[in-house]
Design a binder for this molecule. Structure first.
Ligand SMILES: NC(=O)c1ccc[n+]([C@@H]2O[C@H](COP(=O)([O-])OP(=O)(O)OC[C@H]3O[C@@H](n4cnc5c(N)ncnc54)[C@H](O)[C@@H]3O)[C@@H](O)[C@H]2O)c1
Length: 358
């Protein structure tokens, strides 16, 4: 039997480069990436990871339909992973045209390139984002599912960061699942949702199966410490090494679900190789809640700094949501996937790596 042929857009990035390496032992892998300066400047290791000659690397932009079609035609892939994207939530408000060009039009070009290729492509798997849920799943005082509203800047200005329903009642966070309604709260999130919709719509009723993994906050060694728009834990690592006091937004109790990059790569690998790819959208996270102030304190401790070297600023940013933790039961049951690395162990790996790269 011939080896599978894999095509990964954004395959030189933080997640993509590890995925390329993980697949390359059993498949012919082509990476298509424009080496976006924001992701790669001052952070050469992800690009280096795919540059030992065992992986075919094509420098190209998903906004360039001819180059993308030519690369797909040459690679003749059986499985396509779509990871190339502009990834900064805050930045997306300032650069809506660029975010749409890359994330939305880039996906449209990918669809047309795959269609032009003919029948070899069997699966397209996209790196979705939990940001499509906006504030995500909440319950009311009676424990019933409730629709969280976008938070009111005036209340936040006054130090009230609670999430409320449309009648103003404070809600309690719950685990987010794909059954949750989507409510993107940023240009980035809207563009990520468009990627999902477009792939599902364009390949509906064809022989191409579409797989969607909605990722929570992915972290780990190799995440750029210089990109100010993504990867809060990498940014903390740099700031701690520079001797800065960490500035924590809101009241510190923003909650995230941090999942180590190696665990995410395994989820992608399973999606591409499993007998029957799950048709449902799958949420990929640790399934554990971690408050930003606690994680910042743990990282400070691991660097030998005082866990008090942080300040809670009360500042807030548009598009930031309050609480995000995934219900990963569907990924467990349908994909046979579960995260393997605890947050403490993963943070230690991040800290060790960032010390070496200093
Ligand atoms: N890291 C996270 O926490 C997270 C969470 C949810 C979803 N995601 C999604 O996962 C995917 C990968 O993210 P990552 O964290 O590895 O980011 P990354 O920035 O390290 O990787 C993205 C890669 O895409 C490439 N790229 C960007 N624009 C391109 C373009 N126009 N043409 C071709 N290549 C381009 C970049 O050079 C980079 O190598 C993205 O789609 C992102 O939206 C990431």
């Amino acid at each position: 039997m011939s080896r599978p042929r894999i095509f990964i857009t954004g395959g030189a990035g933080f997640i993509g480069s590890r995925l390329a390496v993980a697949l390359s032992a059993a498949a012919d892998v082509t990476v298509y990436d424009n080496f976006h300066p924001q992701a790669h400047d001052g952070n050469p290791e992800n690009r280096a990871r795919v540059s030992d000659g065992s992986i075919s690397v094509v420098e190209g932009d998903v906004r360039d339909p001819d180059a993308l079609s030519a690369a797909i035609a040459a690679a003749d892939p059986t499985v396509v992973y779509h990871l190339a994207a502009e990834t900064g939530t805050g930045q997306s408000f300032d650069l809506p045209a660029r975010y749409n060009d890359v994330n939305v039009m880039g996906t449209a070009h990918l669809v047309e390139a795959i269609r032009g290729k003919g029948p070899s492509v069997k699966r397209v798997i996209v790196a979705g984002s939990r940001s499509v849920y906006g504030e995500g799943a909440y319950v009311d005082a009676e424990g019933r599912a409730a629709m969280a509203q976008e938070r009111d800047p005036a209340r936040m200005e006054a130090g009230d960061f609670a999430v409320r329903d449309d009648a103003g009642n404070v809600l309690t966070p719950a685990l987010t699942t794909a059954a949750c309604p989507v409510a993107p709260a940023s240009v980035y999130a809207s563009s990520k949702l468009m990627q999902e919709y477009m792939l599902a719509q364009c390949f509906w009723g064809t022989d191409v199966d579409v797989g969607i993994l909605r990722l929570q906050n992915v972290y780990g060694p190799g995440q750029s410490m210089n990109n100010p728009y993504t990867g809060v834990l990498s940014i903390f690592a740099r700031q701690i090494q520079e001797g800065q006091i960490l500035k924590i937004f809101e009241d510190g109790d923003i909650v995230r679900d941090f999942v180590l990059v190696d665990d995410v790569v395994e989820a992608f690998r399973l999606m591409g190789t499993c007998e029957e790819m799950p048709a449902d959208v799958l949420d990929i996270g640790s399934g554990e809640a971690a408050s930003i102030v606690d994680v910042a304190g743990s990282m400070l401790g691991m660097f030998g700094r005082s866990e008090k070297d942080l300040t809670i600023t009360g500042q807030f940013r548009p598009g930031d949501i309050r609480h995000a933790v995934a219900d990963i039961s569907a990924a467990r049951s349908q994909l046979g996937w579960a995260p393997q690395v605890t947050l403490r162990e993963g943070l230690q790996r991040l800290v060790d790596w960032s010390r070496q790269s200093d």
